[in-house]
Design a protein around this ligand. Sequence first.
Ligand code: FAD
Length: 465
Amino acid sequence: GDFANEVDTLVIGSGPGGYVAAIRAAQLGQKVTIVEKGEMGGVCLNVGCIPSKALITAGHRYHQAKHSDDMGIVAENVALNFEKVQEWKGSVVKKLTGGVEGLLKGNKVEIVRGEAYFASANSVRVMDEKSAQTYNFKNCIIATGSRPIEIPGFKYSERVINSTGALALKEVPKKLVVIGGGYIGIELTGAYSNMGTEVVVLEGTKQILGGFEKQMAKLVERRLKKNGVDFKMEALAKSVEETENGVKVTAEVKGTEEVFEADYVLVTVGRKPNTDEIGLEQIGVELDERGIIKVDKQCRTSVSNIYAIGDIVPGPPLAHKASYEGKVAAEAIAGEKAEVDYLAIPAVVFSEPELATVGYNEKEAKDAGYDVVAAKFPFAANGRALSLNDADGFMKLITRKDDGLVIGAQIAGPNASDMIAELGLAIETGMTAEDIALTIHAHPTLGEITMEAAEVALGTPIHIV
Ligand code: FAD
């Protein structure tokens, strides 16, 4: 029926931005409805963070099983049942998406399935196959996320795939061309090369993983090369021809045309915000030229009762950033003084070794006008890293020279993704190198690297000279 539903806060999209915002708004006493046109949990849970990490784990285990002879482990007949891998991956996703639905219900958030479209600055129409309903809201949080960009000449098909297709393959490709050496392309390159795929990466610039320091990106490149991955830098993908059971990709590599044959070509050159099909123009929500929604520090758009979070607003398109903004927007709606501060937002690549960064790196700190100490400590000087047989990498701790305040950190090494949390906490709470050095870290752990890097900053490291 077409009667209007009245809600306090309407959330559009159930990704890590939307579902977190909905829960927080409900916790703060709002009557909340969340609208989702696809699967609960958005990109992150269904076709992003979670399934990619599952495939990475499977590839890593398989590769390790075959390559641990240096430790005296010789495994014969190690096999990969990819159908089973995919089934397991699916079960992980299902647990989490079911969990999100349970959490929303447990917080009394109403879940509506369908596609939302703004009818006015106070109402949306929600359409499913059968019907359309109107929801009137006091406040709205838009969290519609992003989708893969398609590049000219590479129309997506069964063989020309994006990250979603790459996560859903039914077989391990023999050969794969990856266009784009960003974190998504590199993570998937790692997963499949560990499972035996011959991968060629075509990267447009001179360096993969552009957002990270060259030295860190090089470690990843070196490890992937050891796995047989071929890198073509300054490569411009031009066109693709689909053959009977594969593709021929033509690219200009440093000015020379080359052709690469493979089973599939994976295009991972970036994503665009889902802000073009929800009626924003009509209600006056301002966008920039890339379709990114302009927001203030409380995630409020140019229309005062409409908020936007996640991949559709400025900043790194990462799940934890979307969730963080979700909490801020919900709290702002509830009248709290919350506002975003992006300094301590970490970024991680689940490569080998893992890369992680938070706050400033050395160059950024200098550009921001800080006089800094960049204290470096290698994983190879840490007992735990050696006993894990995984000692490739380093930590760099960035502190302010005059008072030792921690303002950033970069890690390349095993478990960098978990280790970075301590540095985020240090930045968020205003710790100094001395505070970290005085904190007792259990032995033998990778955490001792953080303590030692702080000692390096103070000029008194124990385990390097
Ligand atoms: P999304 O997760 O994109 O969710 C948006 C939701 O809105 C979708 O469910 C969509 O169906 C729904 N929607 C859209 N329009 C409408 C409408 N009109 N009506 C109703 N519903 C609508 N980030 C990390 O931090 N760590 C990682 O390891 C990581 N790995 C990734 C790996 C891959 C392969 C990819 C593709 C991404 C990865 N990301 C990772 C990025 C992360 O997935 C995104 O940053 C995150 O999902 C953004 O969250 P969001 O809430 O903004 O939107």
